[in-house]
Ligand binder design. Structure first.
Ligand code: ADP
Ligand code: MG
Length: 221
C-alpha cells in the first residue's frame, strides 16, 4: 500500500475553503512587514488579532504566535515583530510565510468541529467544547459520516457543554440552529473534498446569534 504525502493548508486557505461551505470566518490579510501589518489592521478595523503563518507551527499559541486585542498601528507593528521573533525562538527551522492579520471576533463559547479518517470506520466527525484547553476538557462526541440531521442533533445534545449552549443559570441560550447548520456544512465540506484527510475548526465561537470560526487547520493529500 502506498502512503500519500499530506500537507497542512494555511489558516487563510482553510478559511477560504470553509467559507465556500458557508462556515463564517473573519476577514483577514497576510502581511510580510510591520508597516503592512499596521495598514492591514487599519483596513480591517481595530481591534485585530495577529498570528504566525508557518506550515511547521501547528499550535500557534505554544509558539507565542497569537496576539489578540491589538488596538493601534504602533501595537500592530510591535505585535508583528514579537510574533516573528517568538516563532523563530520556538523553532529555528520553521519556514515563516508571514503573519495573518484578522478581524477580532467578539467573545463567545469556544467549540471544536473536526473531521478525520478512522482506519477502521472511515470518515468521522467530531464535535465538542474547544479552545486551547480542548485536550483538558475531553468533552467531545464522534459520529460516522454520512450524518443525518438526527445524528447531528444527538452530537450537539450529547456533550456536557450543551448545558452552556442551552443557557446556563439564567444566561441567554446560544444559537443552536446556527450550530446545527454549521455542523451540517462542515460535514458537506468533508464529504465533498476527497483530498481532505483531516480538519479542525478550533475554535468556532458561538453567540446568541450566529457564530464564527477563528482558526482552521485543514490537512490534504
Ligand atoms: P492555535 O494554533 O494555538 O490553536 P488559534 O488560532 O486557535 O491558535 O488562536 C488561539 C486562541 O486565540 C483561540 O482559541 C481564540 O480564543 C483566540 N483567537 C484566535 N483568533 C481569533 C480571532 N480572530 N478573534 C478573536 N479571538 C481569536
Ligand atoms: Mg486553534
Amino acid at each position: 500500500m502506498s502512503v500519500k504525502a499530506t500537507k497542512m493548508l494555511s489558516e487563510a486557505d482553510g478559511y477560504d475553503l470553509l467559507r465556500q461551505f458557508n462556515v463564517p470566518a473573519p476577514a483577514f490579510e497576510i502581511v510580510q512587514t510591520q508597516d503592512d501589518a499596521a495598514k492591514a489592521a487599519t483596513k480591517i478595523g481595530y481591534p485585530v488579532v495577529m498570528k504566525i503563518v508557518s506550515p511547521q507551527i501547528i499550535h500557534k499559541s505554544d509558539a507565542g504566535g497569537v496576539i489578540v486585542g491589538i488596538k493601534t498601528d504602533a501595537e500592530a507593528k510591535e505585535a508583528f515583530n514579537k510574533i516573528v521573533t517568538s516563532a523563530k525562538a520556538y523553532d529555528a527551522s520553521a519556514e515563516i510565510k508571514g503573519v495573518i492579520v484578522e478581524e477580532m471576533a467578539k467573545p463567545g463559547l469556544e467549540l471544536i468541529i473536526g473531521g478525520k479518517i478512522d482506519p477502521a470506520f472511515g470518515r468521522v466527525l467530531t464535535f465538542g467544547l474547544g479552545g486551547t484547553l480542548v485536550e483538558f476538557y475531553k468533552d467531545v462526541g464522534i459520529r460516522l459520516l454520512p450524518c443525518d440531521d438526527e445524528d447531528i442533533r444527538t452530537l450537539i445534545h450529547q456533550i456536557k457543554a450543551y448545558t452552556l449552549i442551552r443557557g446556563y443559570r439564567g444566561q441567554a441560550p446560544l444559537d443552536e440552529e446556527f450550530l446545527f447548520q454549521t455542523l451540517k456544512n462542515a460535514c458537506a465540506f468533508f464529504e465533498k473534498n476527497d483530498n481532505v484527510v483531516e480538519f479542525d475548526i478550533n475554535p468556532l465561537r458561538l453567540y446568541e446569534k450566529g457564530g464564527c470560526a477563528v482558526d482552521a487547520r485543514v490537512i490534504v493529500q
